[in-house]
Design a protein around this ligand. Structure first.
Ligand code: FAD
Length: 399
């Protein structure tokens, strides 16, 4: 007789591991299984993101993002303090560089007040300079509760905790779930074995829609991948950024705009941009997958998005291949930056759930289907909110 797990979690990113962790806390006697298709945890979005602990000021009041970003952030910082995970609540500035941005910045500030984001203040250009001396702006917002963290280390700590308890969870790496058979006792078939579980939780990130389809969830939207490339500041330019410097984001798009981030290892990253990607899990500018490209380009939503914003899409594409254009974007905030201050960095790919009319689904989305729960949309700030999302899933199961 093969073992019957109480809970099988598919996906070894921060949402999957946070969910498994919360399950072991809530149901200490339960048998918990985590299945990850890669040979290491955090191989995709979680391990290739900006490493920012977001404050929560951007998100629509009352949304799952607003609620879970704040509770998740507070819990994440406490977790990092307790377990010595590299992190720093260093604060950030959002800076306006053009008069046209001021009304949008005002909206963000008011949103932050509505979301009760701790300590946010409007600051003038001089005050911005006191925090970030190389920034030229016409004013900004100081957000003291934003921070930086090593998300890979966070996920590894979660894994260590759940596998070291007296009733240890099991983590299977290098096994892709290929078939899902729901029943009173459900079956998950992987590329290596098959497992039985009473409840299944799918946290598949860039593959969330495909896992949902395998489980016969009636999902109208599709995941469309957007790659984000980073540059790093060279040694001679590192002093130009102290912590985190963000532009006022374009309100028409779901991304925050190219920004400066001090990482926990001391490097300064510039990025990420947001370019349509021809491969869901492809991390170079020329990555290509026929399956992923066909999936995205045969979907009406992708064309609707690209044709609604052709100038933006083209500009992003040109900038992905032009260091000079990338530099010009960064110079809007720090004009003294020069071309040889930048060296090529890494890339990450965002899973963006897209509606048929090209509308980006902004909020987190978590749905039931029989004995399954599917995390269908967990874009940024889901790394910050991971522990809160895990708690939400456990509460859904408990109810
Ligand atoms: C460039 C970039 C920058 C970002 N910056 C930030 C930031 O600074 N702060 C922040 O809070 N958020 C940020 N985000 C968002 C954040 O990283 C994601 O929201 C979060 O990591 C999502 O976690 P996840 O566990 O849902 O997905 P993932 O980390 O992608 O994990 C999903 C896992 O599921 C596995 N999987 C998929 N299909 C299967 C299958 N069939 N069988 C087994 N395993 C499977 C995958 O291999 C993967 O490991 C950023 C994202 C990107 C891409």
């Amino acid at each position: 007789m093969s073992e019957i797990y109480d809970y099988a979690v598919v996906g070894g990113g921060i949402v999957g591991l946070s969910t498994a962790y919360k399950l072991t806390l809530k149901f200490p006697q339960a048998k918990v299984l985590v299945i990850e298709k890669e040979i290491e945890l955090s191989a995709h979005q979680t391990g290739n993101n900006s490493g920012v602990i977001h404050s929560g000021l951007y998100y629509a009041p009352g949304s799952l993002k607003a609620e879970n970003c704040k509770t998740g952030r507070l819990e994440l910082v406490a977790f990092a303090q307790k377990h010595n995970i590299p992190h720093d609540v260093c604060g950030k500035v959002i800076v306006a560089t053009d008069e046209k941005e001021l009304p949008f910045m005002e909206n963000i500030f008011n949103n932050g007040i509505a979301n009760e984001t701790e300590g946010i203040t409007k600051i003038n250009a001089e005050e911005v300079k006191q925090i970030e001396p190389y920034v030229e702006s016409i004013g900004g917002i100081h957000v003291p509760c934003t921070g930086i963290i090593d998300y890979r280390a966070t996920v590894h700590k979660l894994a260590d905790i759940i596998t070291a308890s007296s009733n240890p969870a099991v983590i299977k790496l290098g096994e892709e779930v290929t078939v899902i058979n729901q029943g009173e006792i459900s079956e998950l078939v992987t590329t290596k074995e098959s497992y039985k579980a009473k409840k299944m939780i799918f946290c598949g990130g860039l593959q969330a829609d495909r896992l949902a389809k395998k489980d016969h969830v009636d999902l109208k939207e599709k995941v469309v991948p957007f790659r984000g490339d980073y540059y790093e500041l060279t040694e001679k330019a590192k002093h130009k950024v102290k912590n985190l410097i963000y532009p006022v984001p374009n309100p028409d798009f779901p991304f925050l705009g190219v920004h400066f981030t001090r990482m926990t290892d001391g490097e300064i990253e510039c990025g990420p941009n947001a370019v349509f990607s021809f491969k869901r899990e492809g991390y170079s500018r020329t990555s290509f997958s026929l399956k992923d490209t066909w999936d995205a380009l045969s979907y009406k939503g992708t064309w609707s998005l690209l044709t609604q914003n052709p100038k933006y899409a083209l500009m992003e594409y040109r900038r992905a291949f032009s260091k000079q254009l990338f530099l010009e974007t960064l110079q809007r905030m720090i004009p003294s930056l020069e071309l040889d201050d930048l060296k090529k960095g890494r890339s990450g790919v965002r899973a963006q759930l897209l509606g048929v009319s090209g509308e980006t689904r902004d909020d987190f989305r978590i749905e039931y289907k029989g004995n399954s729960i599917h995390v269908l949309n967990a874009p940024s700030p889901a790394a910050t909110a991971g522990l809160a999302i895990g708690q939400k899933i456990v509460d859904m199961i408990d109810e």
